[in-house]
Write a protein that binds this ligand. Structure first.
Ligand SMILES: [Zn+2]
Ligand SMILES: [Zn+2]
Length: 257
């Protein structure tokens, strides 16, 4: 399974890694998890190839460029991008993004002959099939209705744990997946901000380690969602912990998992 975290910053400091502000994972060519950075892809043909966008939750860093993606991918006719999310998250993006003020109300504007966007509700632990992948949403511990996503292509399985504090159900579910190869796990704050991380449903290196311990060592774990200001500090603290098979993700690098 080919997975790429799509970059979200304009590189200005030659030789320095660009910070990551937004979240979108491209899986293959046509499946995306979260609409943070996908609408910023400079190669618009790659945006046109996207058919299905699964949303883990409606926080801005996970939906920010979804309006641009929908606009960029629009082609007159019945085909359009499908957005899949919990009913609560679909209601939030309708009220807050596609409301006719912030951006056009693409759902109301859509007719069967000319669609801008299609919204499909998904439910926890109800697997859906799209683009040759089986996607299973699993609740995690973040704001309200956040769903992690387990993606299975029949030979390997990769999990996207979304934003989450210490959690349980997704680790139980992944324990039943012998083909699990990799997990993208957030580590938003440094250890000095553990209280804030816990209050806001996020991880710091210390709590990240407790979650990593729920997986076997052979599973690759990518540390993602580091707050840009603390990214280096978090990477140093993770390195000191010496956790097995953990590495900070590289945005823009396709991984074959
Ligand atoms: Zn969030
Ligand atoms: Zn986030």
């Amino acid at each position: 399974m080919r997975v790429e975290l799509l970059p979200s910053s304009v590189p200005t400091n030659a030789g320095r890694a660009s910070p990551q502000f937004l979240s979108s994972y491209l899986i293959g060519d046509s499946l995306v998890i979260d609409g943070g950075s996908v609408g910023l892809l400079a190669d618009v043909d790659r945006q046109l190839a996207v058919r299905h966008v699964f949303l883990t939750h409606a926080h801005l860093d996970h939906v920010a460029s979804l309006p641009f993606l929908i606009e960029n991918a629009y082609t007159p006719g019945p085909d359009c991008i499908e957005v899949l999310a919990s009913p609560a998250v679909l209601a939030q993006i309708n009220a807050d993004l596609f409301n006719g003020r912030t951006w056009p109300d693409f759902l109301s504007l859509s007719t069967p002959q000319n669609t801008f966007m299609r919204a499909t509700p998904i439910e926890p632990l109800q697997t859906v099939e799209r683009a040759g992948f089986r996607i299973t949403p699993v609740p995690v511990s973040h704001s309200g209705d956040t769903l992690g996503m387990i993606v299975d292509d029949g030979s390997s399985c990769v999990a996207f744990a979304a934003d989450t504090g210490p959690t349980d159900q997704i680790w139980q579910e992944l324990a039943t997946r012998p083909t699990l190869t990799a997990v993208f796990l957030e580590c938003s704050f440094p250890n000095s901000m553990e209280d804030l991380a816990t209050k806001t449903g996020h991880l710091c290196p210390r709590t990240f380690a407790t979650q990593r311990a729920r997986l076997t060592d052979r599973v690759k774990v990518f540390a993602v969602h580091r707050k840009a200001r603390y990214a280096d500090e978090i990477a140093r603290e993770l390195a000191i912990l010496g956790l097995p098979n953990v590495e900070p993700v590289t945005p823009g690098l396709p991984y074959d998992l």
